[in-house]
Design a protein around this ligand. Sequence first.
Ligand code: ZN
Length: 266
Amino acid sequence: MRIIDPHMHMVSRSTDDYERARLAGIECCIEPAFWSGTDKQHAGAFFDYFEQIIQHETERAERVAGIDHYVTIALEPKEANYPEMAREVLDRVPEYLDRDPVVGVGEIGLDQNTEEEREAFREQLWMAEERELPVIVHTPHTDKPSGTETIVGIIEDEGVTQERIVIDHNTENTIDITAETDCWIGFTLYPGKIDPGGAIDLLEEYGTDRMLLNSAADWDPSDPLAVPKARDEMVDRGWDREEVRKVVLENPHEFFSQSPNFEYEL
Ligand SMILES: [Zn+2]
């Protein structure tokens, strides 16, 4: 069964990981711009990074594994806390949003829940709204439920289109908050966030509409095969195969098909 992993930071992964991902069924992935493990000190570092994921990773994914690789671009929340650098980056984010294969804005949201982060979040929500692009929203690691409530409050306040937004990194402590909205609901199968079994339990309880599973696959302990493993666990639990296919393929396809640059075909 084919898979789209809608959130993979492959820039931090090896060629072997691309090959294993493809062998496990991942034919398409989306790479959001994120925090690189240390705070960047220069706006120019963002632009080099954006170019790297837009050009090099897209080419590498195709060349080494035949994987269709798409990108979302944004100033991620942590580095919104350096106002001067953040301003320079935000001023140039729009020019990247028109690039091929950029399919949305992300990841944006909150990390430490500062005023600077909230402002950058609102501004980038509108960049997406004006271009009718999908949005990937990062929820904080600490005090996640109240951070998620703040995020939902901002989305509602701004009145932007919720059907084009995925609120990511949900757990059993946040799903009741996000399920109240019309946003899509993402689960990152990642140590310290939620494991595949825990996410599948929630899908069994809340249904599979608007639900997305991803691996993050970044530079910390994480697993680029987390979504294929979840697919196998759903099949092993006796799920209808059509329902499994909806979660790992059709849902992410439907979500990103809202972007004019997303061309992966079912
Ligand atoms: Zn991420």
